[in-house]
Design a protein. Sequence first.
Lengths: 200, 474
Amino acid sequence: MALEKITEVRGRGVHVAGNEIDTDRIIPARFMKCVTFDGLGEYLFYDVRKHEDGTDKDHPLNDARFSGASVLLSGENFGCGSSREHAPQALYRYGFRGIIAESYAEIFFGNCTTLGIPCFCATKEDIQTIAAAIEADPSIGIALDVANERIRFGDQSVTAVVRETARKALCDGKWDMIGELADGKDEIASVASKLDYMSR
Amino acid sequence: MSKSLFEKVWDAHAVKTLSNGQTQLLIGTHLIHEVTSPQAFGMLRDLGLKVAYPNRTFATVDHIVPTDQRQEPFADPLADAMIRELRKNCEETGVTFFDLPSGKQGIVHVVGPEQGITQPGTTIACGDSHTSTHGAFGAIAFGIGTTQIRDLLATQTMALAKLKVRRINVNGELRPGVYAKDVILHIIRTLGVKGGTGFAYEYGGSVFDNFTMEERMTVCNMSIEGGARAGYVNPDEKTFEYLKGRPYSPSGDYWDAAVETWKSFASDPDCSYDDVVEFDAADIAPTVTWGINPEQAIAVTENVPTVDGAADEDKELVAEALEYMKLPAGEPIAGTKVDVCFIGSCTNGRLSDFEEAAKYLEGHKVADGVKAIAVPGSQVVDAICREKGLHTVFEEAGFEWRGAGCSMCLAMNPDKLVGDQLSASSSNRNFKGRQGSPTGRTVLMSPVMVAAAAIRGEIADAREVFGVGELANA
C-alpha cells in the first residue's frame, strides 16, 4: 500500500487558543453515534462553536477571515482525554492537515500520525508569534516542514519538533502501519505460540 | 538483569522493530465496543482483510445502551444501528460478544476482569482510553484509536513506542473515609494531567498492597487522566484469588502453571525505574474536583481556588474553569448545591462501590430536587447487587437503580445533564460538556461522597454526613 510521503504541509492557519483542549471539546460524544467517520467535520468543536439553538458563537473557526485554514494552532496537552479517533477524524474532515501545539496527549498524537496529520511541538512564544502573524494577515501561508522540523510563515521561520518516530513515518510514507504489521505474519504467530494465554 | 513488569511484558510481546523505530507489539487480548469499532471493521472490509485471531477479541456494548428502557429496538435509531452493527460484525467474524441477552453485558472495563479475561502478564488494548483499568491485574493495557483497532483485528499487533516507567509509591495508612478514588485524584492533582505523558505508572506501596482488586482498578482506570497511557499494579495473591474460578480464567491442571507464569511477570525487587514518586497516605483527604479537568481537584474541606492564588502559568485555565463551573472563588466547595448524583462508570461501578455507598445510605433520603441514579457497571454486578438487596437500599433512599452501561459518564445514551446542572459524579472526567449538556458541570468524587451529596443536596464531607471516621469520633 503506497502512501504519500508527507514531508511538508502548506496552508493557512487558525489559532484556537487554550490549554488542555480535550477530545470531548474537539468532538462532543453525542456526535459519535455513527458507524462511519463520514460527516464528522461538521461537528468539530461543536459546543464551543455553536449556541444551543445552532447559531454561531464567537469562535475562530466561525471567523470568515480564517475560513479554509488547514493548519491548527493551540496550546498545551492538546487532545487530552478520550482515545476516540473521532477527534482527529473530525479535524481531518473539517480540512486540517497539520497541527502546531505546545504538547499533545499521547493517544491523540498517535491517532493523528496514523491519519497522516503531522503534530508539531513548538514553544508558547513561537506559537504566539505565528498566531500574531496570522491575526495580522490571515492569508499568510504557513509551511510545516516535517523533514527539517521547521515552520515557515511569511518571511519568518521557527524550529519545531515532530517526534522522531512520527517524523520518520510521515517522511517515509509509512504513517499507516497496516502493511508493515501484516508482513510479520509468521513472526507474530511465533511470538503468540510462546504465550500460553493466546491459545486458551 | 532486573526488569520491571512493564519491561517483561513488553519483551514477551515484542514482535520486531518497525521501520519508524516503533515496536510491533503483540496484543494478546483485544476488547471492543460499539462506538469505536464499526469503522475499523469497515476499514478491514475495504482492505479485504480478515480478523486474524477472532478468539482473542471480545466485544460488549456499553456506551450507547439506555439504562432504563433497554428493550430493542432502542428509541434512538442511531444507538439501535450501532448495536446491530456490532452484533453483525461479531457474527461475521466469530468474535465473542457479551450481548444484552447474555447476562454478561456491561462496561468493557468491568466485563473483562469479571469474566477472567483480564490476566497478569498479558497485553490488552481497547478503543477506549480507560483501558488502563486492566493494569490492576499486572497487565499492560492501552487505550487506542480506531485505526489501531483495525490493525489489531487484522494482525493482533500494533505499532507502539516503548514507554518509560514511573513507580508511584503510596505508603502509610489511609485515613477513614478516604477511598481509592481519592488516592488517584490526589495523585493527578499533584502530578498533573500531563505529568504522565510518555510514562506507564506502576503503583505500589502498602496502600496498594492492602487495596482490593476493585480499588486497584479504580486507580489504574484514571491513569490516563494523569496523562499516563498505562498504569498497573504488580500481581499478588489477591490478584490470583480474584481470578480463580472466573469463566475465562485458567482452570484445572493449568491453574497452578498459570499462577507461576503470572508471578514471574512481577517487577523484580531491585529493578530500576525512570522515575519514582512517593506519597504519604495520611496526606490524602476526601477529594473533589472543582474545575474542568481532573487535576483541578481539592480536598472537600478546602476552598475553591482563586485566580490570584494560582501560579502564573495556571491563571488562564483557573479563570476559564471558574467561569464555566460558576463556583465562588475563595469560598468553601462544601455547600455547593448539586442537581444530579451519579454512582457508576468504569471507575466506580463495581460491587464494592455499591456496597460501600449502600452501607451509609441506609436510613437516609435523597434531598428534594436532586436526581440520583445508581448504575451498575455490568449485568453481573447488577445481579449480585440485587441478590444482596443493595438495589433496594438505593431505591428506598430515593436513588433510581438502573441497568448496566456507561450511563451519565459520557452522554452517549439518554442519561444526560440538562442546562447548567451540577452533577456529583463517581465517573472520571469533568471536561466541559462531558455529561451531555454543553453547559453541564461535573464534580468528580468517590461513590460515598456522591451518596453524601445526594443526601445533603450539596457537596458535603461524607465523614461528617455519615459519621465516617475521625470526624465522627471527634
